[in-house]
Design a protein around this ligand. Structure first.
Ligand code: GAL
Length: 345
């Protein structure tokens, strides 16, 4: 009896991530429990922070900050800019979003102290997109100088989703600062970089060239003075959504969803999509990406980092399915666990 009640409580608090509308049987042994250590297929902790995903040729690829070693606060720090040495960008692959195979570091740190990817610098929020016309995989990431004044985007390319990625260099898109960032590819193949700019006060949406390697010069300023970070962009029923966090460093704050009919705006702020326990603190986590589940209309996985600011390599993850309301707006209800789907094509 006690076991049955416990099972019922767990069932109420967890959800299986199948196509929206299906009511599957829940197998808790296969669920990811929020904030616990998640293991790859070799049994090692999944190490992909500030991650993004790419679905390509029947497989999901996840790219993230590979954080190992001591977390340090630079001597000059006037704010909590804790960091680990740059080691590179990790890649994991999966056919089902549940079993993740480590594909190694697809972009590696560089030994030259002047290089953007030297251990002493900062490399965050890598996002990889596929360019169907060039056949290249293109990575954009936030790169910083050791003193955190660079505020630039770094770009790398590869012939395969598992790399190796060749680093092309960094710049400020449209001569504007670029920190927390993501890249979104629209259905027509055009790509856009969303970046926290103007000292994180304003979000720039930078249209990218056809090869996705640089900005075209066309951009918009959004959420002016509102200090939004950690952008995650997705499209549903012809409308665009951007999920962001506030700007409090590694500490949690309230999430926000905005909606637009045009990817470059104007955006209408809808409010905090999070629901349930600790929703006002984004469940002690911060947005990083929203991945549509393949083969399922309306099914999107919202990915968050639960940072451990003084021991960053022990930061964890929170993944939650988006729930669509009758008003067409997304909410993100808390679940203790999420069971990810078997292979969906
Ligand atoms: C956060 C940002 C993280 C990281 C951190 C550093 O606001 O979202 O990606 O840059 O600040 O303090």
């Amino acid at each position: 009896m006690i076991r049955t009640v416990a099972a019922m409580i767990l069932a109420a608090a967890s959800v299986q991530m199948t196509c929206a509308g299906e009511s599957p049987e829940v197998n808790h042994s296969a669920a990811f429990v929020q904030g616990e250590q998640w293991l790859d297929t070799d049994g090692n902790p999944i190490n992909a922070h500030g991650a993004g995903m790419l679905y390509h040729d029947g497989r999901y690829y996840m790219y993230g900050e590979y954080k190992v070693g001591e977390t340090v606060l630079p001597e000059w720090a006037t704010w909590e800019c804790y960091r680990t040495d740059v080691t590179g960008v990790s890649c994991y692959s999966s056919s089902d979003l549940r079993n993740w195979k480590f594909e190694g570091l697809v972009l590696k740190a560089h030994e030259n102290p002047d290089h953007d990817l030297h251990a002493s610098k900062v490399l965050e929020r890598p996002k990889v997109v596929y360019n169907a016309s060039t056949g290249k995989f293109v990575m954009w990431a936030h790169v910083e100088s050791a003193d955190y004044t660079k505020a630039a985007a770094g770009v790398a390319v590869a012939d395969s989703p598992t790399g190796p990625f060749e680093y092309l260099g960094s710049f400020r898109p449209n001569d504007a600062m670029s920190r927390d960032q993501t890249v979104f590819v629209d259905d027509d193949g055009k790509a856009y970089q969303f970046a926290s700019s103007e000292n994180n006060a304003t979000m720039y949406i930078n249209e990218l060239s056809d090869d996705y390697l640089r900005p075209t010069g066309r951009f918009t300023r959004n959420f002016i003075g509102a200090s939004r970070e950690a952008p995650a962009v997705f499209k549903h029923d012809g409308r665009y959504y951007v999920l962001t966090s506030g700007c409090t460093g590694w500490d949690p704050n309230s999430a926000q969803i905005a909606v637009a009919d045009n990817v470059m705006g104007p955006w209408t702020v809808w409010g905090d999509p999070c629901r349930g326990k600790d929703a006002d603190k984004t469940f002690y986590a911060q947005s990083t990406y929203v991945q549509p589940v393949q083969g399922c209309d309306d099914t999107y996985l919202a990915m968050f980092d639960r940072w451990n600011k003084t021991d960053l390599q022990n930061s964890r993850y929170v993944w939650l399915p988006i729930v669509w309301g009758n008003d067409g707006m997304p909410t993100i209800p808390w679940r203790d666990a999420v069971e990810l789907p078997e292979s969906k094509k």
